[in-house]
Design a protein around this ligand. Sequence first.
Ligand SMILES: NC(=O)c1ccc[n+]([C@@H]2O[C@H](COP(=O)([O-])OP(=O)(O)OC[C@H]3O[C@@H](n4cnc5c(N)ncnc54)[C@H](OP(=O)(O)O)[C@@H]3O)[C@@H](O)[C@H]2O)c1
Length: 328
Amino acid sequence: MKLATIGTSKITDSFLEAVKETGRMTYEAAYSRVEEKAKSFSERHGGKLWFTSISELALSNEIDVVYVATPNGLHFEQVKALLAGGKHVICEKPIFSTMNELNQAFRLSEQHHVFLFEAIRNIQTPIFKRLKEELLRAGKIRSAVLQLIQYSSRYDLFLQGHVTNIFSPEFAGGALEDIGVYPLYVAVTLFGAPDDAAYYPVKLPNGIDGSGTLILRYDGFVCTVLCSKIAHSDAPSEIHGEKGTFSINNPSNISGLYWTDAHSKEKKLIAENIADNDMIYEIAHFADVIENRDVEEYQRMKELSREVLRVMEKARKQNGILFPNDRV
Ligand SMILES: NC(=O)c1ccc[n+]([C@@H]2O[C@H](COP(=O)([O-])OP(=O)(O)OC[C@H]3O[C@@H](n4cnc5c(N)ncnc54)[C@H](OP(=O)(O)O)[C@@H]3O)[C@@H](O)[C@H]2O)c1
């Protein structure tokens, strides 16, 4: 499978290092708005081609699949062009800002017989899959607190008056979109779509959520998702069942999974992550689905993207956090 990339930041470097590790795709080309950057990025990762036009990349016969890692607010237009050109697309989280965009993009991917994936690496890791397999052991779940509270150096810039993409409504940023999406994916993958959701954001002066608490109501329990880019916490995330508690260190980079028995209070390590770069798992998964045309698994992934985006769109609109893409 011949791969191209859009976006030349650190996350695309990490993705390509993982691609090399898996050996499942061959890197061919980079796109950048700046030709010199496109050329040097492509060459640095062993690519032979570079583009400064997304429509030319979309129509290139040299490319099968494109990884998109640009500011969230740009995903939709870029992905649409790629799908229309017959390319499979792996788009970074959060895939889009609205259900309308998601539905349009999935329709387009069907018309062109290509796959469209949201790159959400945490749910593809073996350690997360182990948690999913073991969940029944907890008995009736009675509460869950999933948190990602990570101070961003870009907040320092924000405080100095420089608004980077991730703190900008213009580019569909904010704490929920940027990092709340990881614990929300954990919740939806483990517990399904919530019966109801309410978001309580802490807004910055430009109206974006610097942090927030998302309450997901399920039959018999409530799952609380905490996300922040303006404070720091090392506290674990926990799922509390009547028989015991699962805890993970961090819902985006799960390195340890623990079990505490409710009666004995004994705490045990169940599994550890061994990969340095956990993007290898999502890449292998996307390659498997494409190569085997695994429609059943693809439908499952699409449904997860739908349920997560449904909650995120509702959560921000409840609070008047509006993006230009809301007009699409
Ligand atoms: N999976 C993960 O662990 C992970 C981690 C970080 C980020 N992400 C996701 O990856 C995506 C990119 O995040 P990021 O923080 O890397 O974003 P970023 O640094 O703001 O931008 C990424 C790339 O997009 C292009 N770009 C930036 N501003 C643009 C603009 N105004 N117009 C057109 N293109 C622009 C740039 O490429 P050129 O200058 O070469 O055109 C840049 O290298 C987001 O969706 C984010 O959620 C995922």
